[in-house]
Design a protein around this ligand. Structure first.
Ligand code: ATP
Length: 357
């Protein structure tokens, strides 16, 4: 297992398509990271560069401190699992044994390793079956097993759960997490599904338009997004983002007024116009009249039931917010009083989108 370090990676495809635009990041040894971003942001390109399937236009790739940029995929020994499970036209046992036979390992050792991996992936009772007879979840297990059996330097899984039915997907996700913890593999899995990234990985790299915008723990990314893209992309619903301005030590957005005199100087260095961010669960909502200016009267234009919770769409004073609350006696069209939890307010630079506070 190795730490994977990328230094100033750029990749331009023919036709001047700049898929990766200067990525510097280290995936530490033995960590489980998700590479999360919208379709077309450059995730697969970056993974192919790590695996050695693609030579970057510029930049270097290091495994631990060794520069592997010019090494072949075989020399790098990275296991890649793809969206569509790739199995060979042979039994499950032979699929798992194949990479070891190619390496000319003694038969006994092949058997031992295949059994070990089959045990891990709960494939033991399927070893005699033809791999193509398995369902998509089973075939993906075989593909993962064939990668595991090689004891690779690191594991890259590119949208490995996308084509698997929802029930098997949950089981396989849990299995992968368990295997990563047990074997302490350096694993990176590519996904555009934030729920998958948040529940599975220890670290998340959020990517957009060829750049890594933030690499951090799921909690930090959720609580302290580095910029408005991450704030909007992570979380269901997205973080509320509203225009605000700084006047006399006060942050004003619609009818909300927050005393920010303690940080006014920091903010002033960035100008007077900002974007205020607050998560839906950090808004307090009351159907009873509450005092101004902390509480603001807003109209509830829509109620989405989330089962035990409500998601209220609120309008007032020129701004629009979503609030996650416990179920309450309320109808669409009613007015409510709303307060933002002050310590949960985040402030972003309006020009760059970067978080200031
Ligand atoms: P998805 O989630 O849809 O797979 P992605 O985030 O993995 O997307 P990439 O597949 O890395 O993104 O593609 C990044 C950009 O590079 C896209 O604009 C894509 O159209 C372009 N691209 C990818 N492969 C090639 C290629 N072989 N030639 C030209 N452009 C390419």
């Amino acid at each position: 297992m190795v730490a994977i370090k990328l230094e100033n990676i750029r990749h331009v495809y023919p036709g001047n398509v700049e898929a990766v635009r200067g990525v510097t990041i280290t995936f530490e040894d033995k960590t489980f990271s998700a590479l999360l971003g919208p379709s077309g942001c450059g995730k697969t390109t970056l993974m192919k560069i790590i695996a050695g399937l693609l030579k970057p236009t510029a930049g270097r790739v290091y495994f631990d401190n060794e520069d592997v940029t010019d090494l072949s995929p075989q020399e790098r020994n990275i296991a890649m699992v793809f969206q569509f499970p790739v199995v060979y036209d042979m039994s499950v046992y032979d699929n798992l044994a194949f990479p070891l036979i190619v390496r000319k390992l003694p038969k006994d050792e092949v058997r031992r390793k295949v059994n070990e991996v089959a045990e891990l992936l709960e494939l033991k009772d399927k070893l005699h079956l033809h791999a193509s007879a398995l369902d998509a979840g089973g075939r993906q297990r075989v593909a993962i097993g064939r990668a595991l059996v090689r004891s690779p330097n690191a594991f890259i899984l590119d949208e490995p759960f996308t084509n698997i039915d929802p029930a098997s997907r949950l089981v396989l996700r849990a299995k992968i997490k368990e295997i990563q913890k047990e074997l302490k593999q350096t694993m990176i899995f590519v996904t555009h599904d934030q729920a998958e990234a948040l529940t599975l990985s220890d670290w998340i790299a959020v990517m957009n338009e060829g750049r890594i915008l933030q690499y951090d723990t799921p909690e930090t990314i959720y609580d302290n997004p580095a910029n408005t893209f991450v704030a909007y992309f992570i979380g269901i619903p997205a973080m509320n983002l509203v225009d605000c301005s700084l006047e006399d030590g006060k942050l004003i957005s619609g009818e909300f007024v927050h005393d920010v005199s303690n940080v006014a100087e920091i903010l002033r260095a960035h100008g007077t116009e900002f974007i205020l961010g607050i998560r839906a669960e950090h808004l307090e909502v009351s159907t009873e009249e509450r005092p101004k200016p902390e509480w603001v009267r807003m109209k509830c234009s829509m109620i989405e039931s989330l089962g035990a919770l409500y998601l209220l769409h609120l309008e007032g004073g020129g701004i629009y917010l979503k609030a996650k609350t416990k179920r309450m006696k309320i109808s669409e069209g009613n007015y409510v009083w709303v307060r933002m939890k002050k310590e949960k307010i985040r402030v972003f630079d309006k020009k760059t989108g970067e978080r200031i506070i």
